[in-house]
Design a protein around this ligand. Structure first.
Ligand code: GRF
Length: 200
């Protein structure tokens, strides 16, 4: 059974969706660890409720980013994690971290990359006036919201859309596609050819 570690900083609705997919059997893996950098995050309660071990790693408690990340990497190795799944982790991973798990880190972003990178993607797309936005699941490389794209799904905006309504619709879409994308990667059904991810 493959083992995934989920990284989250906030509410954790994606974490909950992944845990539910594992429970249902539609995502064949074990969530071996939740890594969280925020002691007030809602995701902590969700992880404890489903019995997922938690590593609370607060950046401020470490002298520098390197020692913060080295602690996390050591724990991931201890847990024999096959894949790192970022689900609202509000912190950039260093190039050294990315190298340690090259092509084994996934992220989900609430926009159709390469449009609207960054942490305000939903608001930015709405303010820009796009008619279609969506969700992207991609491999993580050294640049923010940049690595090879595994899966995208479009979401047409509705009249009278607000940040709140769009966020809710975006989350429903994320919860549906993230487990599917992770399952493909875990099953070895993705092949990298430069920036292109071929599904086999
Ligand atoms: C999601 O919108 C995800 O795309 C982004 O951060 C948000 C996390 O939401 N990277 P939640 O904590 O999973 O509810």
């Amino acid at each position: 059974m493959k083992r995934i570690a989920v990284f989250a900083s906030g509410n954790g609705s994606n974490f909950a969706a992944l845990a539910a997919a594992v429970r249902r059997g539609s995502l064949a893996c074990r969530i071996c660890l939740l890594v969280c950098d925020n002691p007030r995050a809602g995701v902590l309660t969700k992880a404890r409720r489903c019995g997922v071990p938690v590593l609370l790693a607060e950046r401020e408690r470490f002298a520098d980013r390197e020692s913060f990340e080295q602690g996390i990497i050591a724990r991931l190795r201890g847990e024999k994690a096959d894949l790192v799944v970022l689900a609202g982790f509000m912190r950039m991973l260093s190039p050294a971290f990315v190298r340690a798990f090259r092509n084994r880190i996934l992220n989900i972003h609430p926009a159709l990359l390469p449009s609207f990178k960054g942490s305000h993607a939903i608001r930015d797309a709405l303010e820009y006036g796009v008619k279609v936005t969506g969700v992207t699941v991609h491999f993580v490389d050294e640049e923010m919201d940049h690595g090879p794209i595994i899966m995208q799904e479009a979401l047409p905006l509705r009249p009278q859309e607000t940040v709140a309504t769009l966020e809710a619709r975006m989350h429903r879409l994320e919860h549906r596609i993230y487990p599917r994308a992770i399952a493909l990667v875990l099953a070895g059904k993705t092949r990298l050819a430069g920036r292109n991810v071929r599904l086999t």
